[in-house]
Design a protein around this ligand. Structure first.
Ligand SMILES: [Zn+2]
Length: 413
């Protein structure tokens, strides 16, 4: 048993912080939480005293790509895809996973990995071969031929094995779902609705899959007991994706009020990915090779994403934090930037922490994310007060991380 005594507790339920708290851990679970004076020191418990620290639940990032390095330059990104074998991608991902965990993230959802490599990383973490967060992996995202993830632009003689999983037609999407689940996927990633840069002022989004395809994939996934996470952009195609059964919508810059209401009714999660949008917009603005339509799309998406966040919050939509780390963003050091941006977008620091803990854990259906009796003991001790300064979560040296009741230690070299 471990007894952690801290100055302040933020339990992730949204309740106000309480002071002078003890958390008693038995095995991988929280056995008791309460005022230190009430809990005392059970016999044989190892005591960790951190009077200046704030305990928060382990952080959850519901949108990462551990198979990617975060490199921004497009040609360099492609070179990595071409040059690294899948085993090497998985081994590199193991170091990203450890770094992510040391930055306080005890759970992540991986949103597509060439070769399905993050399924193997998940298994290696669960087996104790390597150290990392709890990982939920989708294997390969399902995309239409030439779609968002079936990246066009390679010479037509170039071919890659298992880099994406193109499907066309409802039957192919059903088969795609089955193939990913056979490989060991925990959920399904679809790309039903994408950005459209031809005339963004008129229509900045478009369907990529048709409704029959979306419905078939969602039905198959739900029948087999897994959820569907969808890359989306907005407008009527986004609404159609939600109606057809997508459970979490990523990016989703443009959402009208009726669709927000529908999301509340259906329990659909919004993963606004503010950080990657900021990064890609900054890159677009300074990239002379980018088309006028792309630059305009970036400007419009920036305006829309903040305004949409305000209305989503007001409507009561469940919002979880997903950084898109791996895509233009480094793993570990950048993930908590998403929490900072929620605060910039009008969330209180307490609300933003709950989005990054309890809501994320609910989305991933893991029994963590709240520091209450019976939950998994995924806990971060933060030096200082994150409600006074949310940016202290950025630095790994401010964090002492416990996953399943075990302290995560940085490697000595
Ligand atoms: Zn992504």
């Amino acid at each position: 048993m471990i007894l952690i005594r801290v100055g302040t507790l933020i339990d992730g339920t949204g309740a106000k912080p309480i002071e002078n708290v003890a958390i008693l851990i038995n095995g991988d679970r929280i056995e008791a939480v309460g005022r230190a004076a009430d809990i005392g020191v059970p016999e044989g418990a190892k005591v960790i005293d951190a009077p200046a620290a704030t305990a928060i639940p382990g952080l959850v990032d519901v949108h990462v790509h551990l198979a990617y390095s975060g490199i921004v330059d497009k040609s360099a990104f492609r070179a990595e895809l071409a040059e690294l074998s899948y085993p090497l991608v998985a081994l590199r991902a193991a170091s990203y996973a450890r770094d992510t965990l040391l930055h306080g993230y005890t759970s992540v959802r991986d949103m597509h990995a060439p070769g399905g490599t993050i399924i193997d990383l998940r298994d290696a973490i669960n087996a104790g071969y390597v150290e990392g967060p709890r990982v939920m992996a989708c294997g390969l995202g399902l995309t239409v031929t030439g779609g968002h993830m079936d990246q066009p632009g390679w010479g037509d003689h170039a071919s890659f094995r298992d880099m994406t999983y193109p499907c066309d037609g409802p039957i192919a999407f059903r088969a795609g779902v089955r193939a990913q689940l056979k490989r060991g996927a925990d959920f399904i990633k679809l790309n039903p609705c994408v950005s459209f840069r031809k005339d963004p002022d008129t229509k900045p989004y478009r369907f990529e899959m048709n409704v029959d395809e979306i419905r078939a994939a969602c039905e198959e996934a739900h029948e087999q007991g897994v959820h569907v996470g969808a890359h989306t952009s907005g407008g009527p195609p986004l609404r159609a994706a939600i109606e057809a059964g997508c459970d979490t919508v990523e990016h989703a810059h443009w959402i009208d009020d009726e669709t927000l209401e529908l999301m509340v009714k259906r329990g659909t999660y919004l993963v606004p990915t503010l950080l990657v949008n900021n990064t890609s917009s900054a890159t677009a603005a300074s990239d002379p090779s980018m088309s006028k339509g792309s630059k305009r799309w970036s400007e419009l998406s920036q305006e829309a994403m903040w305004e949409r966040l305000t209305r989503a919050k007001r409507a009561g939509v469940k919002v979880a934090t997903g950084s898109d780390a791996g895509f233009m963003l480094a793993h570990g050091v950048t993930n908590s930037g998403e929490i900072e941006l929620l605060v910039e977008g009008g969330y209180s620091p307490l609300e933003a922490i709950c989005a990054a803990t309890a809501t994320g854990a609910d989305l991933m259906e893991i029994d963590a994310g709240r520091l209450i009796m019976g939950k998994l003991a995924d806990i971060v001790l933060v030096s200082g007060d994150p409600l006074a300064d949310i940016t202290i979560l950025r630095k790994r040296e401010n964090l002492q991380v416990f996953k399943g009741g075990r302290e995560v230690l940085a490697p000595s070299v």
